[in-house]
Structures are given as C-alpha cells and as structure tokens.
Ligand binder design. Sequence first.
Ligand code: HEC
Ligand code: HEC
Length: 281
Amino acid sequence: MNIVTKTTMISGIIALSLGFAANAGEDAKLVINGQELATHVKGGPDSPLDELFSGWVFRTEETQALQLDDFENPGMVFVDHARDTWETAEGTAGKSCADCHGDVESMAGLRAVLPRWNADKGALYTMEDYINDSVVNHMGAEKWKYTGAKMQAMVGLISLQSRGHTVAVETGGPAAAAYELGKEIYYTRVGQLDMACSNCHEDNYGVYIRADHLSQGQINGFPAYRLKNAKLNAVHARFKGCMKNIRATPYKPAGDEFRALELYVASRGNGLPIEGPSVRN
Ligand code: HEC
Ligand code: HEC
C-alpha cells in the first residue's frame, strides 16, 4: 500500500465523518419471529461509547431483511446441521452432546457471558474453547478446527439459545489481565495504514468506507453469516480480516491475543442483546 492510497483512505474517512452519514436503517426495527431485539442501547458507566449500536443498523435494507426472518437467514442452514451434530455420537466415549447436555436449550444464556475466566483451567475461555474441551476430554474425539464450519455451526446453534439475552461479560477479577491486554490491542495502531480498531469502530462508526458503512465492530451478532463468503464467520476470523485490511500481520485465531481482544470487544457490547447468527455483507 503506497502512501498516496493510505492518505486518500484516511482523508476519506475524516471527510466523511464531518458529514455523519445516515445509517442505512436508522429507524428500522430488528424483530425476529415476533421477538424485538434492541439495536441501540445506552453505553454503561465504564463504556467509552455513549450509545451502543448493533452492526445490523449499519447494513443495507436488503441485508437487514435477511436477518428478520429465520427462514430467510442463510446462517440457519448451518445451525440446522449443528442440530444433527448435537444428536450424533462422536469419539471413543460413543456419546453425543445431547447424551450429556440434553436439549440444546440447556445452553441458554451462555453466549451472553462469554468469553469468561475458567477457574478449573486457569484460562480465559471462549465458546469454541468450551466446545473443544467437551469434544476432546468428554467425547474422546479429535479437536474441531476453531474457525471451521463444524465449530462455527455449533457456536451458531448455542448462540441462538441466548437470542435476546443481554451481553454481560465479566471484565474484573481473574479476567482483568486479559481485559487490559485486549483493550491495549484495541487502541494500538498497527500495520502499514497505522490504524487501531478504535480509529474505525469508535471514532468513525456510521461513516462510509469503501462503499461500506462502518459499524462499532460489535460481536453480539456472531457467528455472522457473510454474503461475501456465504458461511458463518468466527469472531477471530473477522478480527483477522480487519487486521489484514489495514495491512497488519494478524494475530492467530484461537491465540491469547485474539481471546483477550474478544473479551474486550464483547465487553464493549455489554447491554446489547445477543442476536447471533446475524447476517452481514
Ligand atoms: C460425556 C459427557 C459430555 C459430552 C458428550 C459433551 N459434553 Fe459438554 N460438557 C460436559 C461437562 C461435564 C461440562 C462441564 C465443564 C467440564 O467439566 O468440562 C461440559 C461443558 C460444556 C460447555 C460449557 C457449558 C457451560 O455452561 O459452561 C459447552 C458449551 C459444552 N460442554 C458443549 C458441548 C458440545 C457442543 C458437545 C458435543 C459436541 C458436548 N459438550 C459434549 C460433558 C459433556
Ligand atoms: C480501516 C477501518 C477498520 C479498522 C482499523 C478495523 N476494522 Fe473492523 N471492520 C471494518 C469494516 C469496513 C467492517 C465491515 C462493516 C462494519 O461492520 O463495520 C468491519 C467489521 C468488523 C466487525 C464485524 C461487526 C459486525 O457487526 O458484524 C468486527 C467485530 C470488527 N470489525 C472488529 C475489528 C477489530 C477488533 C479491529 C482491530 C483489530 C478492527 N475491526 C479494525 C473496518 C475496520
């Protein structure tokens, strides 16, 4: 990326932020199967944002519409696959998820509090970590690929059980070190474009960038079905993509940096309802 392109891109962002572009669907409501999910709430006392917006708000009407109906939401096909997986025995223990956990509804609420500190393991755990822990240690099966289709379908199915639950991740106590690391990453400028997550998702949300509305980069809608790649996308895959876009060397999905960043980004959405799997462009 040469300096001219970089300057054009940044000045483009600044110029547009002066005339705060209207969000695509400012007045639209996100109602799925009769359940209204708030897409706009007040930021909590510790939040750097006065108002929190779902990424859904910034999408075009056409993309928004796909999330209004589970029959239209292409991400639900993958969720249905995960329902089958939930019932299927795998590994040397010969057990399925259902054998131990019963109905997947037993997972209600979990998405809203992850990532969280797992005291037994002495580590910060994401949803993918919990799933793989069961796959390997309780089922005796091969670990699933963290950002892979099978894993993200299951993350989608389990997230769906928390639809409408308010994001409430813990940032203190034993999770504090990860929270601080995630926050540092969020505000550190990196890459050839020398930009931080905050430059786009805090300073410039609502503006147009390369024909796309910038959102606050919230993750309450993950995994996200993207029209661009026609699959459910992991949180860490999205982080990686954003780092690549600013020509930075991305951290590794499933690594400690992205785990910490996920905790921090999740906490920036404390107060928003869970809406995964969402639909994005
Ligand atoms: C043999 C029993 C067993 C099977 C099979 C099993 N799990 Fe688990 N799972 C557990 C136990 C026990 C825990 C509690 C944490 C621990 O001790 O590891 C757990 C915890 C979890 C958690 C964290 C729940 C929470 O509230 O903290 C998730 C998510 C999970 N399992 C998903 C799955 C999925 C998905 C499958 C199937 C792919 C599965 N598990 C299969 C026994 C099982
Ligand atoms: C150059 C601007 C830019 C930077 C810097 C940037 N992103 Fe993004 N990000 C985007 C664009 C554009 C999109 C797609 C539109 C949108 O949702 O904002 C996006 C989307 C996202 C989404 C998906 C939001 C949703 O609702 O689906 C997340 C999460 C995200 N970014 C996180 C991050 C994180 C974390 C960082 C720092 C590592 C970062 N981004 C850095 C431009 C940026």
